[in-house]
Design a binder for this molecule. Structure first.
Ligand SMILES: [Zn+2]
Length: 451
């Protein structure tokens, strides 16, 4: 039997005009549903002068303002005081049909809640199966779930989805502890491990002491990281690949019908469910929708196309991505998104928007002549900073003086060509920049006393 590339080829392969038409049809249905079920959404939709039944194109929802994390907290506070539950006035399903609740811990005040109806679990299971199938997992494979099981959206809901796909789930969770996870991995030999990139690094660091062997001895072939950025960073990915001897993928999403995951080309993450969730490009300065062309850098706004409980409509979490719409050489369908950070990380150099992660990625392309470690040194607080921007970049071991000069020139040229700002390059010997254990730091605030 020929193995298929996709879990659900008919639905995952829809592209171009056919996809846009399908999305517009679903928007029509979804917005009618939102308007009929939630006073909050009715106000937003009517206030923008949008009539759901008249939607024929994706642009028709542009007049509706984006929904932000801050507003998400507000609608939760409103429902708590008015309706006696914390799930938000955007909840569309009757409370007795909400059978699942997940949450992220809020940095202040209420946690952010995610709600699921039975239908939503079916959608979520479909998205999980599409994601893991693309990574090469097949029914009968063992998968260790190392994400937090307690309330985390990538925790408990994934157990059901993976079982439905026919995978053997070992749900140890991040709560299981480092030693226990390593011990169970040694015993059960999972083909894949799902966890945050920082936990994956920590496991690799502790394994010799806790199980008397490197994590490479566990036989893990596939490591899918998510829950925080990290695996999209070429230096972190390279470290994890070497430590585990595994293919390392970066994933993002986990509710509302959307998930995106990287492929073997590692040029952004493919959306696996464009029929279930819409991703729009938003200008970070004006908040207006912009056309998502190949290479567009913008904030992402998400809209559920088939979600019942607490669906999202133009939800903007402030994550900035490079939108990659050209076909990927891996052959998988789905536009790709390369996360560059949050809108608040952005620097402005002579009117040009500079995302630290984008600088890091341009530098990393010159490996192996560079180690991938780099810092942007700031002498004053951003976002507006003076030109030229000082970059400290590590070169590899054993580079001659002349090679260093050529490398420096090439780095400067590439950054000017690709990112449109002028840097000052300071090349440093390998190992000069401190490696923080679980997080890559790209900026040195010299103005605040950092060195
Ligand atoms: Zn690809």
């Amino acid at each position: 039997m020929v193995d298929r590339h996709l879990w659900n080829p008919d639905r995952e392969s829809v592209q171009g005009d056919a996809l846009r038409e399908l999305q517009a049809g679903r928007l029509r249905q979804q917005l009618s549903y939102l308007r009929g079920r939630s006073g909050f959404y009715r106000e937003r939709i009517d206030g923008a002068g949008v009539r759901p039944q008249d939607i024929t194109s994706l642009e028709d929802i542009h007049p509706i303002p984006c929904f932000t994390k801050y507003q998400h907290r507000e609608v939760q506070e409103a429902s708590l005081s008015e309706l006696g539950h914390p799930y938000g006035t955007h909840l569309c399903a009757p409370l007795d049909q909400v059978i699942g609740v997940q949450a992220t811990s809020g940095t202040s005040g209420l946690p952010t809640f995610y709600t699921f109806s039975k239908h939503d679990y079916d959608v979520n299971d479909e998205v999980i199966a599409r994601t893991l199938w693309r990574l090469g997992l097949r029914p009968g494979d063992g998968v260790m779930l190392g994400f937090a099981l307690s309330m985390f959206v990538g925790g408990a809901p994934w157990i059901g989805g993976m079982q439905k796909m026919g995978l053997r789930v070992i749900p140890i969770g991040a709560e299981g502890g480092t030693g226990r996870l390593l011990q169970f991995a040694q015993l059960t030999k999972p083909r894949a491990l799902l966890c945050t990139p920082s936990f994956a690094e920590y496991l690799a660091e502790r394994a010799p002491e806790l199980i008397g062997a490197d994590v490479s001895s566990l036989g893990i072939e596939i490591l899918m990281c998510g829950g925080e950025p990290g695996a999209g960073d070429p230096a972190v990915r390279a470290r994890l690949e070497v430590a585990y001897g595994a293919e390392v993928y970066d994933g993002m999403g986990g509710a509302w019908g959307f998930f995106m995951v990287s492929c073997r080309e590692h040029q952004g993450m493919h959306i696996v469910s464009p029929d279930l969730a819409l991703v729009e490009a938003i200008d970070p300065e004006t908040g207006a929708a912009v056309e998502a062309k190949d290479g567009t850098i913008a904030e992402m706004a998400f809209t559920s196309l088939d979600w019942e409980a607490g669906p999202i409509l133009r939800y903007n979490m402030g994550d900035v991505a490079e939108f990659l719409t050209a076909p990927c050489s891996c052959g998988l369908p789905g536009s790709r998104y390369r996360i560059l950070g949050r809108a608040d990380d952005m620097l402005i150099v002579k009117g040009i928007n500079v995302y630290p992660a984008a600088v890091r990625d341009v530098v990393a392309e010159l490996a192996p002549r560079v180690t991938g470690a780099m810092r942007i040194v700031l002498d004053q607080e951003g976002p507006k900073v003076p030109s030229p921007l000082l970059l400290r970049i590590e070169h590899r071991e054993g580079l001659e003086e002349a090679e260093c000069a050529a490398l420096s020139e090439q780095l400067e040229q590439r950054i000017r060509d690709l990112l449109r700002f002028r840097p000052t390059i300071e090349l440093l010997p390998p190992g000069s920049l401190e490696r923080s254990a679980h997080k890559t730091k790209l900026i040195v605030k010299r103005y605040a006393g950092e060195e």
